[in-house]
Each structure stands twice: as C-alpha cells, then as structure tokens.
Design a protein around this ligand. Structure first.
Ligand code: NDP
Ligand code: HSE
Length: 442
C-alpha cells in the first residue's frame, strides 16, 4: 500500500470526535476496503487544550480551519464545525477552490450554499459529500441520489430531526415538560449548538430542501418553504391527540402538485396505526414514493455522535475508493429552477384546539363559522379541565377556560384560516387557537 488517502478534520465536537475515534480505531479495516491506506493527518478545532478523551499528538494541529482546508497535507477536508457562515462556509469554499474533496455533515451550509458549492466542486473536479447532513446515520442521500434514479419521485417526507422527535416522544410517554426533554436532548448531543434550529423547524427545513433537490432534480431553494416548529405544542395537544387516536410528529414533506413543488415543515397529527407514528425517540424516518419502487421507508438514528460518524466515514471511504458522484446527483447546471406550489391550496384534515371561556352559544357559533367555509367536522369535543368546582361555582379570578377540540374532514388551508378569523371575531376565544394539520396518505 504505497498510496495514502489523507484526511483533514475540522471540528472535534460531538460528531467530529466520534468520527476521529472511529477513523483511528478502524483504520486497518477502512484501508483494506479502500485498497490503500486511509489516514487522518491534520485536525482543527477552536480550543487546542480541551481534553477530548483521545491522544491528538499524532495529528498536525491547525488553529485556522481555512489553512487546514488549503493544506497540501490532505486529499479530503472534513467539515464538522457547523453553521452556514463563518469558519464552516469559509473553509469549505477554500477547500473546494484548492481542489480538495469535501465531506460535511452541515445541512445549514448545504441548504444555503449547496447550489454554488455543487457548481464549484464540479468546476474543480472534486467531490462534495454530505450524507450525514440529512437524517444522521440513515443513508438517505445515497438512497435518493444513487439508488432511486430509475424512479419518478412524487413525494418524499419524514421525521428529519432527532431532537424534536425525542422531545415529542418523551412528552407523550413520560409526561415530561418541553424544557426538560430539550435539556436531555442537548446532554445526549442531539441538538444543534443553537437548539432554536431544531425546535423551530429550521433544521428539518434545511434537510428537506436538500432531499427535495435530489428527489425532483431542482435547485435547492431554502426560501420557498413553510416552516412551523414544535414550541407551540402543549401537553394539552399531546393528550387530546392521544385520545383521538393520533400522535404528533414534526414532519418535513415535499411533493409534486399540479401547481409546483410543495415544501413544508410542521407538526402533524399522524394516526397511531401508521408506520410513521411508530418512529420514536431520536429515530428518524425518510419515506420515498417512486413510480417504479412504490414506497420505501428508511429508519434509523437521526442524531448522535456515533450514528452521524457512520455516515461521515462512509462518505470519506467512498472517496478513498475513488467513487465520486455529482453533489446534487446531476450536473448542477442541469438542475431545474424550483417552482413553488401555493400552500393555501394544501388540502387535508385539521386539528383545532380553541380555548374558550363562556360556553353559552360557543358550539353553535363555531359550527356556523365552519359551515360558512364549507368545512365538515368529523368531531367536536369539549375538554373539561379537572376542577374541584362546578362550572357555575368557579370563584371569581380563577381560570374558567375550557378547550374545544375540532377535527375537520379534508379542506384547504385557506378555508381554515378564514373560519378561524371569523371565530376569533366572535369573541369567545381567550388564547391563540392551535391548528395542527392531519397527515393524509401516511
Ligand atoms: P459541536 O458543537 O459539538 O462541535 C463543533 C466543533 O466545531 C467543536 O469541536 C468546535 O471546537 C469546532 N469549532 C467551532 N468553531 C470553530 C472554529 N472557528 N475553528 C475550528 N473549529 C471550530 O457540533 P456537532 O458535532 O454536534 O455538529 C457538527 C456538525 O454536524 C454541524 O453542522 C451539525 O449540524 C452536524 N450534525 C450534527 C449531528 C449531531 O447529532 N450532533 C448529527 C448530524 C449532523 P471546540 O470543541 O474547541 O469548541
Ligand atoms: N440536531 C439535529 C437533530 C442533528 O436533532 O436531528 C442531526 O442532524
């Protein structure tokens, strides 16, 4: 084995350190697979002095990841810093300009700069691999980009954020609060450095826009997407959904419609009997509907050091073997511009929770407003809060509000919006209405 495939690794956090440890401990096996030696030569992180539980003295240290990216010591630059700007952006562009292959787990970066990075990689005749950027350890990119080429894909959707799925699962199973669950997800290394990206749906959106591009052959468009996170989901919603036979999941959905491609990320009620409802904890799932294959589901760990390192290392070894695929699955110049469908045309059932004070006439008024928009109701139930008082005896100053839960049959986003606006104007509602879409065809 005279040739050595040389790796430079920037970022030694949750994913970086798991990747480094595995590259070292599996070096002999990985070299056998590649047919020549595969070695980490140089590393970079913010703090040189941090104890990372591994002897780093055998690797050349770079304070500046850009200098590492341009170094003659390496064939591939592995970016595990994170963020769509700053050192991650600068070092990845620098590596490609210097003619180095790049492997990254950074979905924020690919979602924002993926089109231009793909073009640059092609111009430089190098690879840009990002398997770990979507759904952690699940080989979702390979499946869509390489294994589904004989299919016209009509829809791709899934649970794409481990932190959110972990939070929703633990809130439902263990009755824990949102903040307790988020703290646990952070302790376990699942959450982003800024967990707002997870819980507000941005991380799922980044991943979905990447999958959309690969599935539909369009440019990545991270502006044309509806994004709603899980911060408004309360224990009351989880309990009501449970009673009605549903679980709440944060889904990312991209599909072809008559008016263009729909990209949306939002909490969704899924029937407990559906396979997507069984995906719990940090597990992710990606469902791909293709005309030749039908529907396939890939499920596995969506976050965490070792699971993500598995995908990062697979990308590195592909390059060491000499396998390189165009970053977005086809020449970047042949990608179609993204054509967005209109979200108000979205059709489906809806869960609506309305907090009301005075029950007199409320049911009738809600039913009237729904009927005005031609919305049919599958069910309307009142959720009584546990109280030691009868409704008429609640002392002044105590909260007398009750929840009314509506489940609608299929209707449009636009009609739901108009009905809620009218109900709001009627003055019965005492808190912002909660509206959650119900999944169809899952
Ligand atoms: P961490 O925050 O744990 O690690 C980030 C690393 O980047 C740290 O080692 C940090 O150095 C280093 N770093 C920060 N700034 C600089 C800089 N200016 N120069 C050099 N190094 C720097 O992040 P994760 O490991 O969790 O995530 C890394 C990437 O992987 C992100 O893009 C993330 O979205 C993605 N990802 C994460 C997953 C997960 O489960 N955690 C799963 C899939 C993808 P220091 O340690 O010295 O502070
Ligand atoms: N924060 C991300 C998640 C990491 O929880 O899914 C994996 O991309």
């Amino acid at each position: 084995m005279s040739y050595t495939f040389k790796i430079g690794l920037a970022g030694l956090g949750t994913v970086g350190i798991s990747t480094l440890k595995r590259l070292v401990s599996m070096q002999s096996k990985l070299s056998d697979i590649a047919g020549h030696s595969v070695e980490v030569r140089a590393i970079s992180a913010r703090s040189r002095d941090k104890d990372r539980g591994i002897d780093l003295s055998g690797f050349k240290w770079y304070d500046d990841p850009v200098a590492l990216a341009q170094s003659d010591d390496i064939d591939v630059f592995v970016e595990l810093i994170g963020g769509d700007s700053g050192p991650a952006e600068e070092s990845v562009f620098a590596a490609l300009r210097a003619g180095k292959h790049v492997v990254t787990a950074n979905k924020a970066l690919i979602a924002k700069h993926g089109n231009s990075l793909a073009r640059l990689a092609e111009e430089q005749d190098v690879a840009l691999n990002f398997e770990a950027a979507v759904a952690g350890g699940i080989p979702a990119i390979k499946a869509v980009r390489e294994s589904m080429t004989a299919n016209a894909i009509s829809r791709i959707y899934g649970i794409l954020n481990g932190t959110c799925n972990y939070i929703l699962t633990r809130m439902e199973d263990d009755g824990l609060s949102f903040s307790e669950c988020l703290k646990d997800a952070q302790r376990l290394g699942y959450a982003e450095a800024d967990p707002t990206f997870d819980v507000e749906g941005f991380d799922t959106a980044h991943k979905l826009t990447i999958l959309t591009s690969l599935a539909f052959g369009t440019e990545i468009d991270s502006e044309s997407i509806l994004i709603e996170g899980i911060t408004s989901i309360s224990p009351a919603d989880i309990a009501a959904a449970d009673e009605l036979g549903y679980r709440i999941k944060l889904l990312g959905v991209a599909k072809r419609t008559a008016t263009g491609i729909e990209q949306r990320v939002h909490p969704t009620l899924v029937p407990k009997t559906s396979s997507i409802a069984q995906i719990s904890g940090v597990t992710n799932a990606v469902v791909i509907d293709g005309d030749a294959i039908g529907s396939i589901t890939l499920a596995g760990p969506g976050a965490g050091g070792d699971a993500t390192a598995s995908a990062v290392i697979a990308d590195i070894v592909d390059l060491a073997r000499g396998l390189a695929i165009k970053p977005l699955g086809r020449p970047a110049d042949s990608l179609e511009p993204f054509s967005q469908s209109e979200i108000h045309a979205h059709e489906g059932g809806y869960y609506i929770r309305l907090r009301v004070n005075d029950m007199h006439g409320v049911f009738a008024s809600i039913a009237t407003r729904m009927a005005e928009q031609e919305i049919s109701l599958e069910s309307i139930v009142q959720h009584k809060k546990k109280s030691r008082f009868k409704a008429e005896d609640v002392p002044a100053g105590l909260d007398k509000s009750q929840d009314i839960i509506l489940i609608t049959y299929e209707t449009t986003e636009e009609r739901i919006g108009k009905a809620i606006e009218a109900i709001n104007k009627d003055g019965h509602i005492v808190a912002a209405p909660q509206v959650i879409r119900i999944a169809s065809g899952v």
